[in-house]
Design a protein around this ligand. Structure first.
Ligand SMILES: Nc1nc2c(ncn2[C@@H]2O[C@H](COP(=O)(O)OP(=O)(O)OP(=O)(O)O)[C@@H](O)[C@H]2O)c(=O)[nH]1
Ligand SMILES: [Mg+2]
Ligand SMILES: [Zn+2]
Length: 414
């Protein structure tokens, strides 16, 4: 449900010191964009200086409460945020033109609990402010843009006026605040490596909880299987497979399993995530030759990746329709373009803290634990220290994997 109402927003601190000596028109001409004048400004001295934004709409989306300021749709156009680098967001319009954009100040002052106001994957309304777009993408090229704003940094060629409500949001907690990593994705591929660095099952479980909570469909990809005997991975694959999670085994090195991975991504909006060095960028390169995502070797001594990818970046993939057509009806016409596939490559995770998951909810996001919860003696059972706990009994009887249960306890405590 959304409603229209007036919004009062604080000026930023640096503006509060000024009293009403200056003409507001001049103030905004100098320090803000002309269009800010469209918002009625009301000032009552330095203590109550607020401005009223008329006609804004307040609604709830997958990342919380959002404010949709009224915009001039004649002047603005829709675009998709490819990546955010510092103060500049690269926004691609429907024609494949990419514009380095800044964000309208109003949006920044309204979003107080997010580290970045916009995130890769956001659908935004933006307005161009003269100059030429950064790049006109060549339809033959698979990646429309190098996502490198260096040449235009500081030169704003567009202003993001409004961020559309989000679905499928991947967020985490960063310094006590919500950090939206990407928005508007359908699928989360959790990438781990069979070795170098070794698998951290607890991280898989954390990311699964995140996906379940955000209602993003998760899949697990075990990469670098060329470095191990795949038979050794079967117990782990079995645990997740029995829970109904798709588990893929790949090697970006030998290209084993790459076609299955392509099939998993085709027509979807996917985010790939995982520790640094597991091969997220290498897998994208393997799926689409010519993509040339930067990759770097894992440190010999620490077995850790070097955080090569530094910002989340949305990439359009040109994937052919799935080759395995077992369940595709054979009499359908084959004409038509394959559906667009998008993937967000993300920086390696150092530490993943869940955003906005309360301890009581955690059991509900564990598919294997959830069925036993209602059978515990106490309705507020935490499944940790209580007697007569159906979850603990299920672990003891081997119905729930012990390591998964330990993950549950750890996540619950965290
Ligand atoms: N043996 C082997 N090495 C791989 C495989 N996939 C990736 N690598 C190597 O692993 C290293 C790290 O790969 P990246 O693709 O940079 O890893 P990443 O997950 O993108 O890392 P960040 O960007 O730092 O988060 C590189 O040296 C790759 O060549 C694989 O399947 N097998
Ligand atoms: Mg990378
Ligand atoms: Zn219990």
């Amino acid at each position: 449900m959304s409603k229209k109402r007036k919004i009062r927003t604080d000026f930023r601190k640096n503006r509060e010191i000024r009293t009403r000596q200056k003409d507001y028109t001049e103030h905004f001409d100098n320090e803000d964009f002309d269009e800010e004048l469209a918002e009625r400004v009301r000032a009552k001295g330095k203590f109550s200086r607020k401005r009223t934004v008329a006609g804004a709409e307040i609604t709830e989306d997958a990342s919380g409460t959002v404010v949709l300021p009224e915009i001039d749709q004649q002047e603005c156009r829709l675009g998709r945020v490819l990546c955010v680098k510092g103060l500049v967001s690269l926004v691609e319009d429907a024609q494949g033109m990419v514009y380095p954009c800044t964000i309208r100040r109003l949006l920044k002052s309204l979003a107080t609990d997010q580290r970045h106001v916009v995130a890769a994957g956001d659908h935004v309304w933006f307005r161009t402010v003269g100059g030429r777009p950064d790049v006109h993408s060549d339809p033959q090229r698979t990646q429309p843009h190098s996502n490198e704003p260096s040449a235009t940094a500081g030169l704003s060629e567009g202003i993001i006026e409004r961020i559309e409500p989000r679905r499928g949001v991947l967020s985490r907690t960063s310094r006590g605040q919500q950090q939206v990593i990407v928005a508007n994705v359908d699928q989360l591929i959790i990438v781990v490596s069979a070795a170098e660095p070794r698998i951290k099952p607890n991280l898989i479980d954390r990311l699964l909880v995140t996906a379940e909570r955000a209602r993003i469909c998760p899949a697990i990809c075990i990469n670098k299987i060329d470095l191990v005997n795949p038979a050794d991975l079967m117990p782990l694959v079995g645990v997740y497979g029995r829970l109904g999670y798709r588990v893929l085994m790949t090697s970006a090195e030998t290209h084993f399993g790459i076609q299955q991975l392509r099939n998993q991504l085709v027509g979807q909006e996917t985010v790939v995530t995982g520790q640094s060095g597991v091969g997220k960028s290498s897998l994208l390169n393997a799926m689409q030759p010519g993509l040339d995502r930067k990759v770097q070797v894992v440190s010999r001594e620490t077995q850790k990746g070097r955080h090569t990818t530094t910002t989340a970046e949305l990439i359009r993939l040109e994937l052919p329709p799935p080759v395995n057509t077992v369940d595709a009806p054979s009499d359908l016409p084959q004409a038509g373009l394959p559906p667009a596939s998008y993937v967000v490559d993300t920086p390696g995770i150092r530490q993943f803290e869940l955003w906005d998951v309360i301890p009581e909810e955690v059991a509900g996001y564990f598919r294997d634990i959830r069925p036993y919860v209602s059978k515990c003696r106490y309705s507020d059972c935490t499944h940790t220290h209580e007697e007569a706990c159906a979850v603990k009994d299920a672990v003891a009887d081997g119905w729930v994997d012990t390591r998964r249960y330990e993950s549950y306890v750890q996540i619950r405590e965290g």
